[in-house]
Ligand binder design. Structure first.
Ligand SMILES: C[S@@+](CC[C@H](N)C(=O)[O-])C[C@H]1O[C@@H](n2cnc3c(N)ncnc32)[C@H](O)[C@@H]1O
Length: 240
C-alpha cells in the first residue's frame, strides 16, 4: 500500500498489531485484503482474506443449503442477523443472494480483517452490491441481542459456532483452522435461546453433518451438504 494511500482504521489497527498479542502470526495488509500467515502452525498455514478472491467467488453459487435454509416459501426473508460473523464468508454469500446482513464478531483481529476486506469489496464494481448489503459490528452477540429493543426486526438469525475439534474427523480448511486458533465461541447457548425469542421468522444453525443439534429442541427443517447441515427452527409458523 502506498504511503499516500488513505489508511483506513482497520489497516492502521492491523499494521500496529502488537507481536506480543499474536507472536506466531504475520499479518500483511494488501490492497484487496489481508494475508494471514500462521508460521508456527504444524502445517504452516497461510491464507489471503479477500472478498474478491476467485476461490470465494466460486462459492457464491445459488443452490446451496445455506441460501435455502435462510429463505422461505414466500421469499420474505430479507434481514438476517449473523451472530458469528468470523471471516464473513457466509454473510457475503447471503448478501450476494439479496439479503441484508448485519454481521457481528467479537474477536478484534477477526473483525478488523473482515472489515478491511469489506471496505475494499465496496469499492469494486463486481462485489459492491453484495458488500453494501453487509453491516459489520464489533460486539459480543449476546450483548447485541440483550440490547435489541425492536424485537422481530431480523427475519432470520444465523449462528455458525466454531465446531468442536474431533480427532477422528478431517481437519477443516486452513482459514477455519486459523480462526479456531485465534478465537472461540462465547455465550453460544444463551445466544441461541435469545435468537429464538427475537427472530421474526427463523433461526438457522450450521452444524457438522453428524453432530448433535445445538439444543434439545428438534429442528423444524434440515438442509444437508456433504460435511455440514443447517438446522432451521421456525419462530413464526404461520409464515414459513
Ligand atoms: C465458525 S466461525 C464463523 C465463520 C463464518 N460463518 C464465516 O463464514 O466465516 C465462528 C465465529 O463466531 C465468533 N463468535 C463466537 N462467539 C461469539 C459471540 N458471542 N459474539 C460474537 N462473535 C462470536 C468467533 O469469534 C468466530 O469468528
Amino acid at each position: 500500500m502506498s504511503e499516500a494511500a488513505d489508511l483506513s482504521k482497520e489497516a492502521k489497527f492491523l499494521g500496529n498489531l502488537d507481536q506480543e498479542i499474536h507472536p506466531n502470526l504475520d499479518i500483511t495488509v494488501v490492497e484487496d485484503g489481508v494475508i494471514i500467515d500462521w508460521f508456527q502452525s504444524p502445517d504452516h498455514l497461510q491464507f489471503k482474506h479477500s472478498y474478491t478472491e476467485p476461490r470465494l467467488i466460486r462459492r457464491l453459487q445459488p443452490r446451496q443449503a445455506l441460501v435455502k435454509a435462510c429463505n422461505n416459501k414466500q421469499h420474505s426473508i430479507n434481514r438476517i442477523l449473523d451472530l458469528t460473523g468470523g471471516w464473513g464468508i457466509d454473510s457475503l454469500i447471503l448478501a450476494y443472494h439479496g439479503r441484508n446482513v448485519t454481521m457481528l464478531e467479537h474477536n478484534e483481529l477477526v473483525y478488523h480483517v473482515a472489515s478491511y476486506s469489506l471496505n475494499y469489496a465496496r469499492s469494486i464494481q463486481h462485489t459492491r452490491a453484495a458488500a453494501e448489503c453487509i453491516e459489520i459490528i464489533h460486539i459480543n452477540s449476546l450483548d447485541f441481542l440483550l440490547a435489541l429493543k425492536d424485537s422481530k426486526i431480523y427475519d432470520c438469525i444465523y449462528l455458525d459456532p466454531l465446531f468442536p475439534d474431533h480427532k477422528s474427523s478431517a481437519k477443516p480448511a486452513g482459514e477455519m483452522q486459523i480462526l479456531q486458533h485465534l478465537t472461540q465461541n462465547q455465550d453460544i447457548d444463551q445466544c441461541f435461546e435469545l435468537a429464538l425469542e427475537k427472530a421474526g421468522k427463523r433461526v438457522v444453525v450450521k452444524r457438522p453433518a453428524k453432530s448433535r443439534p445445538i439444543s434439545d429442541l428438534s429442528a423444524d427443517l434440515v438442509y444437508r451438504e456433504k460435511t455440514i447441515r443447517f438446522d432451521v427452527y421456525l419462530t413464526n409458523r404461520g409464515n414459513y
